[in-house]
Design a protein around this ligand. Structure first.
Ligand SMILES: Cc1cc2nc3c(=O)[nH]c(=O)nc-3n(C[C@H](O)[C@H](O)[C@H](O)COP(=O)(O)O)c2cc1C
Length: 318
């Protein structure tokens, strides 16, 4: 996963709660050829979840934990109790997740209040306990990976956290190169990932603020990581993975409309009527970064509530 920065590194599709669910993973892995996906986080409380919950977050478990285009999907857990994290990690793997990823980066207030996500970056020893427990419980050969930010308020514990993650036996580490306090404000501090790589020898994936092939190259160069993870940029430019790794032309607006129509046609029996219209509008907020046409269409589309009307608008433009 690490090594000399090169364009042949792997590209991960980032976990994004409330945005990148199994249908979006299908869209983006078919358009963008990602090497790996991570699910939205499952928040672990003091219980062992039933398989149904894991299947809800990761329906791909029923097809070898791969998206329809064949990209492996790993379940992500978020929580602070080592034993319950371990029990749920074992279940995730038993159900077919290729390893498990642990979230130490979520900035949400409700999550941090109950001592989950980024707040744990104040306590490297707690990270150590959680990861050690999960690593000890999950069968050898099934990777246990972690995802961290550079810190909570500041970066003073970034290296300690990375060392704790490695000492606990994690098999890989993704670094979102910002603190919780920095939120999603540019820039991402890729050079900090290089500092972390100097201190640990586990494979590191660089994440944050990659929107183009040029960003990917700069991130690989500054971080020293061949492997990168992409979140919002993948939603803004659906074939970004291929643009970066094989030099494909950025998808044109006609291609995006086709993808949007496919997205709008997938039945969601488990969701209420307003769900898909709001998810489509949410996707447009990312597409507007990249496409002038998305910006123009959004002016009318944002007023529509009815899925059929949205489908008509998308196909009229096609
Ligand atoms: C709406 C949203 C939801 C997110 N949900 C998760 C999540 O469930 N688990 C996680 O580890 N990171 C989550 N993240 C963080 C992303 O995985 C990623 O680290 C961050 O967006 C920076 O990458 P980017 O600049 O490529 O978007 C989320 C980010 C956003 C914007």
């Amino acid at each position: 996963m690490t090594g000399n920065p090169s364009s042949s590194g792997k590209i991960w599709l980032a976990p994004m709660e409330g945005v990148v669910d199994h249908v979006m993973r299908d869209m983006l892995t078919s358009a963008g050829s990602y090497d790996f996906c991570v699910t939205e986080f499952i928040r672990v409380t003091r219980q062992l979840y039933k398989p149904a919950l894991f299947y809800r977050y990761c329906p791909e478990l029923k097809s070898g934990s791969r998206t329809p285009s064949g990209t492996p999907v790993r379940i992500q857990l978020l929580g602070q109790d080592p034993d319950w994290m371990a029990e749920n990690a074992v279940r995730a793997v038993e159900l077919g997740s290729p390893g498990v990823d642990l979230n130490f980066g979520c900035p949400a207030k409700t999550v941090n209040k109950s001592k989950g996500g980024a707040i744990l970056l104040r306590e490297p020893e707690t990270l150590y306990k959680i990861i050690s427990a999960v690593r000890a419980a999950v069968p050898a050969g099934q990777p246990v990976t972690a995802k961290m930010r550079l810190g909570y308020e500041d970066k003073s514990l970034a290296l300690d956290n990375a060392r704790a993650i490695e000492a606990a036996g994690a098999d890989g580490l993704t670094v979102h190169a910002r603190t919780k306090a920095e939120g999603y404000r540019p820039p991402a501090h890729w050079h900090w990932i290089a500092r972390i790589r100097e201190k640990v020898s586990l494979p590191v994936v660089a994440n944050g603020e990659i929107w183009s092939a040029a960003d990917a190259e700069a991130c690989r160069r500054e971080s020293g990581c061949a492997d990168i993870m992409i979140g919002r940029g993948a939603l803004a430019l659906p074939n970004l993975g291929r643009v970066i790794n094989v030099g494909e032309e950025p998808m044109n607006w006609a291609g995006v409309r086709k993808l949007l129509l496919r997205y709008a046609s997938i039945e969601r029996p488990d969701h209420r009527g307003g769900f898909l219209p709001s998810r489509i509008k949410q996707w447009f907020t990312y597409l507007r970064h990249q496409y002038r046409e998305a910006d123009e269409m959004f002016r009318d589309l944002k007023r529509l509530q009815d899925l059929e009307e949205i489908r008509v608008m998308l196909s009229e433009e096609a």
